[in-house]
Design a protein around this ligand. Structure first.
Ligand SMILES: [Zn+2]
Ligand SMILES: [Zn+2]
Length: 85
C-alpha cells in the first residue's frame, strides 16, 4: 500500500491528502510541488523520477489510513543548493 506521508521531506511543510500538487518517487519519498520543481522532478534520495501522488478516495482512507510518520531530511535544501553551485 502506498504510504501517504503527512509532510514534504525537503521543507517539512504539511501536505493535504487531497492536494494534487504533491509528488512522490517510487520509494514513496514525498515532496511538495515547490520542492519537486526545485528538484527538477528527480528524487534526491534514490535518483528516481517524481510523479504526482494519487489521491486516495475518502472511503478507502477510512479503511487504509494515511501515514502519520513525518519523514524529513533537513539537509535536503543544502544538498539542493550545493548541487547547483
Ligand atoms: Zn517542500
Ligand atoms: Zn526517492
Amino acid at each position: 500500500m502506498l504510504e501517504l506521508r503527512p509532510n514534504c521531506e525537503c521543507c517539512d511543510r504539511d501536505l493535504a491528502l487531497d492536494d494534487p500538487n504533491v509528488f512522490i518517487c517510487t520509494m514513496e519519498c514525498t515532496w511538495c510541488g515547490d520542492c519537486a520543481r526545485d528538484l527538477a522532478d528527480t528524487c534526491p534520495n534514490c535518483g528516481g523520477g517524481l510523479t504526482p501522488r494519487p489521491i486516495r478516495p475518502a472511503s478507502w482512507l477510512a479503511r487504509y489510513p494515511a501515514s502519520t510518520t513525518r519523514v524529513f531530511a533537513p539537509d535536503c535544501r543544502e544538498r539542493l543548493t550545493a548541487s547547483r553551485a
